[in-house]
Design a protein around this ligand. Structure first.
Ligand code: SAM
Length: 292
């Protein structure tokens, strides 16, 4: 019986609980179906350690029981806890600096001149897969630093969304350690951060322009509630997704981008962007524009 295979595979020779290929396959399928995130066999050990951490927390003694819990919990509460463990949060301020230069020197002036004659004195930006907020705050800093500032009486907002609730909590707090801001120019630190007991906190006048919330980019309904955007940054997210999921996420982002709006992805991800977008090369950056 298959169930017996699980029993046989359950412990290694040191008595440690081990994930076998079949059960790994079922976890991997579940995660892929819900989020698009893909774990191939090379990630088996990584997934095993993260599953064990959650199982310890929930006092669950074997993988199958935990799998059943995930499969039957319609609230996805435990699944979200697991996502906090298995998503990769690596990020930094002004990651891929040329993107932010292009944003300030090309995208911002373009949007402002296009919208000048309309009533829409509002610019909306999305950091899709925002992790702990550095990307969203870098967008906001760039708007404040832009050589072509937004006209008086105009306003802007930066929405950050992520599938990790822990990441969203950190993003909302907006507090960063010295090691994270030490490479930023002193002027930027002085203008946008205040020193607190817990670390360097993004000043309120910037935080007031930002909003962070949970969303699964794979689910169109999660994104629809965020509104429409002039610019979307979705960088180093697609690399974790399975091929069809990449297409679906790009499709979802296309729908919430305003006509003429821009999409930034990481250079290694640009081949995933569909032909529905026009490819624009500006300076050292390749960006993608939704047709008007
Ligand atoms: C490596 S970080 C990249 C952060 C930031 N975009 C950057 O470039 O620095 C990837 C982020 O994507 C998030 N993520 C992965 N799959 C997601 C999905 N289906 N929906 C929303 N966020 C997702 C992860 O939780 C993680 O915070």
């Amino acid at each position: 019986m298959i169930y017996n295979n699980f029993v046989i595979d359950r412990f290694d020779r040191f008595g440690d609980l081990k994930l076998n290929r079949e059960v790994f396959g079922r976890f991997s399928k579940l995660i892929k179906e819900k989020t698009g995130i893909f774990f191939d066999l090379s990630k088996m050990y990584f997934l095993e350690t993260r599953l064990k951490k959650r199982m310890k927390e929930r006092e669950i003694k074997n993988f199958l029981d935990y799998l059943v819990l995930l499969e039957t919990d319609y609230t996805d509460r435990e699944f979200k806890e697991l996502l906090n463990e298995i998503t990769v949060q690596e990020t930094s301020f002004f990651r891929i600096n040329p993107h932010f230069k292009t944003f300030s020197t090309y995208v911002m002036p373009d949007l402002i001149s296009r919208k000048r004659n309309s009533d829409a004195g509002f610019l909306s930006f999305l950091s899709a897969g925002c992790s702990s907020g550095q990307e969203a705050y870098s967008i906001a800093f760039s708007v404040f630093e832009s050589k072509k500032p937004i006209p008086p009486h105009w306003d802007f907002s930066v929405v950050g969304v992520d599938i990790s609730t822990k990441a969203i909590e950190s993003a909302r707090a907006g507090v960063y350690q010295n090691s994270e801001i030490s490479r930023l120019p002193e002027r930027i630190v002085a203008r946008f951060f205040e020193k607190t007991e817990k670390g360097f906190k993004v000043k309120d006048f910037v935080r007031n322009k930002t909003m962070f919330r949970y969303a699964n980019l794979f689910k169109e309904e999660d994104l629809r509630v965020s509104g429409q955007f002039d610019v979307i940054f979705c960088r180093y997210v697609l690399i974790y997704l399975e091929e069809n999921a990449k297409k679906k996420v790009i499709d979802n982002l296309f729908k919430i981008l305003n006509p003429g709006g821009f999409l930034f992805v990481a250079p290694s991800e640009s081949y995933n962007v569909s032909d529905r977008f026009a490819r624009v090369i500006y300076g050292d950056s390749v960006l993608f524009q939704k047709p008007f």
